[in-house]
Design a protein around this ligand. Structure first.
Ligand code: SF4
Length: 604
């Protein structure tokens, strides 16, 4: 799909610009670029309210024409005028806005009026109505001398003269929009922070995170990491006085206050369809589930973030179409817990992918990312080992050797000068970690629940069946995040293409394995949540989760996604569900001029 048009102009086939895009351009050039060039769209409550307003207006508006579609090859513009009215023989285009009008101070308020403020159009609204006026002129051959903007929140209509200055602004904006559209670089975040608070694309743009990066010198970002891998044992093992006191000075990485424009939680749920023979269909704007011998279920699509089909559950074309329209991802997972694939209509502008390919094909850059990812994973494993053995005699249970062994790998990780060398170190850390895991499971728990090393495809014990299935659930969430951000999941930087799972998804999943799967599963074992007989199916050397076991694991995993975690640099809390998307967005920032925040997460 073309990035910013519903048509093309004749000369040099440049796509026509949407008039609305000029509004975005004047608001913030980065907003224009994200929407029109990168094709990022996020429908928040304000956007839905705006759409509702326009639907209502379409019913109620009394005008000569309303919702009039116009385009001009000469101007290179396309747009829809909210309403066109004839007054005293002249045509007047109207634009409707949900919010309030701008105000200018008047020195001579009208007699009897207490107000010294006069309502006027915001510059971006003025530009928009000016562009519509020029489109109407070309379509009707009549000169338009005035446009009007109606602000519904304070119930005022302001007049906008279509004068030469406004016409020149429109032409100049079209030219600026065209040159930005040809640019490969994304414009920087606006200096006017107040604009971001009202911007619908803030959760994708991450302006505060970008400002935090520019406030922190690259030295201050990297130094503490070097210290931490240089056996910052005291800090990892025992909280500092500041950490204990919660003074907010735990790390020099910490910024002062970073306002959070990235939503802390996703209120949309994952809908898992587990019952064999179930079918997912559509009824209007609802997802319907038909399962044998069960009552029909209905879920409004606005409450669903993803549909997960386990085993041989079916989905109709109509339901898939609804999911595509509403940007609901659909994932397929085998009965045994293997990830099969995903479907998403998420944004995926080619510019994003080109930047991704170029960055990840640079060996030095790739090596840096791999090191950071491996470091994050190993430190999370180390912290889990330290945390789980906090109240034990580490020497006696043999955990001291694991801790020392992992710590000794960290300096080598910093020196490693190839991706293969880092893979080797990460593998050694993983072997030490998995060997230590059974120690953290209560000795009174059924021996059958304890792992004997790490086994995959197929899992050979109950513990591995649990983590294998949970990793597949995690993988589909990572895939969702990658597709939402518009990255190419097939092009990663650490994993080689090996299975159906995409390399970039396998890369990102490394950040979350310990916190989102290993830790909650070990905790659930110690809470005696699992029944070694009813929750598992043993077939020779292979162990799988039973239907009941899968349902329990899904519940445990989805609950973990709602737990909150505080980012060590940005210092705001968000759910693990949102953190996955945040990390995917921060990864993209590594090659879009705002690097330094990806893979800073550690198990706390
Ligand atoms: S969040 Fe701020 S910087 Fe980003 S697009 Fe919106 S207004 Fe521009």
């Amino acid at each position: 799909m073309a990035a910013y048009s519903a048509g093309t102009s004749n000369n040099n086939a440049a796509p026509l610009l949407r008039v609305q895009s000029l509004h975005a351009l004047l608001y913030c050039e980065r907003l224009f670029y994200l929407e029109e060039v990168e094709n990022v769209r996020l429908a928040d409550a304000a956007v839905y309210a705006g759409r509702r307003l326009h639907v209502e207006l379409a019913r109620e508006e009394e005008g000569d024409w309303h919702a009039l579609d116009l385009k001009s090859e000469k101007l290179g513009l396309i747009g829809r005028v909210d309403c066109l009215r004839r007054r005293n023989g002249s045509l007047i285009p109207y634009e409707h806005k949900r919010g309030r009008a701008a105000r200018i101070r008047t020195t001579n308020p009208p007699k009897g009026s207490k107000n010294s403020d006069e309502a006027c159009a915001w510059p971006s609204d003025r530009l928009q109505v000016g562009a519509y006026a020029m489109l109407v002129e070309e379509a009707t051959g009549q000169t338009i001398v005035e446009g009007r903007v109606r602000y519904h929140q304070d119930n005022v209509t302001v007049r906008v003269p279509i004068d030469p200055a406004l016409r020149a602004d429109v032409i100049q904006s079209i030219s600026r929009a065209r040159s930005l559209a040809d640019c490969v670089e994304r414009p920087p975040v606006t200096e006017n922070e107040r604009l971001c608070v009202k911007c619908s694309l803030a959760p994708a743009c991450l302006p505060e995170e970008a400002r935090a990066i520019s406030r922190l010198s690259s030295e201050s970002i990297h130094k503490p990491l070097q210290r931490s891998v240089g056996l910052k044992t005291q800090q990892i093992d025992q909280p500092s006085a500041d950490q204990k006191a919660g003074t907010g000075k735990e790390s020099s990485l910490a910024t002062s206050h970073v306002p959070r424009l990235f939503p802390a939680d996703d209120h949309r749920q994952a809908l898992h369809v587990v019952t064999p023979g179930a079918r997912v269909g559509r009824a209007g704007d609802e997802i319907e589930i038909f399962a044998p011998e069960q009552p029909k279920e209905r879920h409004p699509v606005r409450e669903i973030g993803q549909v997960v089909l386990h085993g041989f559950a079916q989905i109709t074309t109509q339901a898939l179409r609804l999911c595509a329209d509403k940007e609901v991802a659909v994932h397929w997972i085998t009965q045994g817990g293997g990830y099969i694939g995903s479907f998403s209509s998420g944004a995926g502008a080619v510019q994003k992918r080109i930047r991704q390919y170029e960055a990840l094909r640079t060996p030095e850059f790739r090596l840096q990312l791999v090191r950071r990812l491996a470091e994050a994973k190993i430190l999370s494993q180390l912290r889990f080992v330290l945390r789980a053995s906090r109240n034990t005699d580490r020497e006696t249970i043999g955990i001291s050797q694991t801790i020392d062994g992992i710590r000794k790998l960290m300096p080598a990780l910093q020196r490693a000068n190839s991706v293969d060398a880092i893979r080797g170190l990460e593998g050694r850390a993983g072997a030490l970690y998995f060997k230590a895991l059974p120690t953290f499971i209560d000795s009174a728990i059924d021996e059958r629940m304890k792992p004997e090393g790490r086994t995959r495809r197929p899992p050979r014990d109950r513990f591995n069946a649990l983590i294998g299935f949970a990793y597949a659930l995690l993988l589909k969430d990572v895939m969702s995040a990658i597709l939402t951000v518009g990255l190419d999941p097939a092009f990663g930087f650490y994993h080689r293409p090996r299975s159906q799972a995409h390399p970039l998804a396998l890369d990102l999943i490394e950040l979350f394995r310990v916190a989102m799967v290993d830790l909650p599963i070990v905790a659930s074992l110690n809470r005696r949540q699992w029944d070694p007989d009813d929750d598992f199916v043993v077939a020779g050397f292979q162990v799988w989760l039973s239907d009941l076991g899968r349902r329990k694991m899904i519940e445990l995993y989805e609950k973990r996604k709602t737990d909150r975690w505080k980012h060590p640099v940005l210092r705001y809390s968000l759910t693990y569900a949102r953190l996955i998307e945040l990390e995917a967005r921060l990864l993209e920032k590594e090659w879009t001029g705002e690097p330094g925040l990806f893979a800073r997460m550690r198990l706390r």
